[in-house]
Design a protein around this ligand. Sequence first.
Ligand code: TPP
Ligand code: MG
Length: 360
Amino acid sequence: MTDKEILQLQITACELRELILRALFNAKSGHPGGSLSIVEALTYLYKYEIRIDDPTSPDRDRLVLSKGHAVPALYSVLAMKGLIPVSLLDTLRRIDSPLQGHPKLGSVPGIEMSTGSLGQGISVACGMALGAKIKGQKLRVYAVLGDGELQEGQVWEAIHFASHYSLNNLCLMVDWNNLQIDGYVDDVMNLRKMDDRFRANGFRTIVIDGHDFIELQAAFSMFHQTKDRPTAVIMKTIKGKGVSYMENAVEWHGKAPNEEEYKQAILELDQQIRELRRMNVEGTDVGGQRPGGMALGMVDLSDPKWDDAVLDSFARNSLAQQALKEHAASMKDIDFDVNEAAADIAGQAADNLTKGGSER
Ligand SMILES: Cc1ncc(C[n+]2csc(CCOP(=O)(O)OP(=O)(O)O)c2C)c(N)n1
Ligand SMILES: [Mg+2]
């Protein structure tokens, strides 16, 4: 990776943080801390690692967000990747939105499992990885877990399973931010020598700074080279990363910022973006446009036509069709506090579907 690419990824990460916070602010609820801590990991995964350009292909890679409460980060990455409309993020947690506060299988492309009950996603990921091996599929499976989540007994059963079946197509990614819902993990239920536990259970175990793109790249390269066992990437992270007053602060596990706090967060992130652009010493012209989506290689968020294009492919996606149809129908009916843009988008999609647009 060149310095320029790293800077671009860092800018994308800031923009994703802004999308996450905007969605939470609109929803007036959600989980900022654990969403912000996995932003770099998801940015790297969806830029370079996960093969999901066709989200309906049976051979696509799978990502299971076992720590399902962090799904605003995943929705935002899927939007930047061009798999869902960015404007749909404004419907987060509304009763009729496909973007619920925890992932729901098949609600939108890229959501591979319903999760939220901590400890369960990893078991499903193990099943997916073993199933792929039995069928001779070359796909890879990634599961993102919280460190607090590792206190669930079911996680360790799944770890034994992955090791027993030598699931070399499985990559566990642990978000080691040392905070859980009500305090430090070390205080609530210490996971002493967490990395050694993975090693002892037969995993290729790699400890990295989860906010460092070079280290993420190295970790995935090691995962690819490991042929005889599953891989665990233990990512040291900062909960609430990127927003000064949220960083390492337990109270930001599960609440949305109010207006003043939201504005402050966006100010800080905008400042980080400006600084990153300034650091782009090679003179790349990233200053005049919103480069984030382009950094993920898929979309240009500054193009107003973009949402329509995504929406069109979204409407054609069989996985999402039913959810979108229901979503559109229900949004037309409701008469309270509905985001206009999202309602329009859903309406257009419904029209497309009725006109047979989905079969084009
Ligand atoms: C089985 C289960 N018990 C309790 C909860 C409530 N809960 C939601 S998030 C959370 C803390 C998770 O901590 P961690 O895994 O470290 O996540 P992160 O720090 O990344 O947010 C808890 C206890 C849950 N979702 N599932
Ligand atoms: Mg944690």
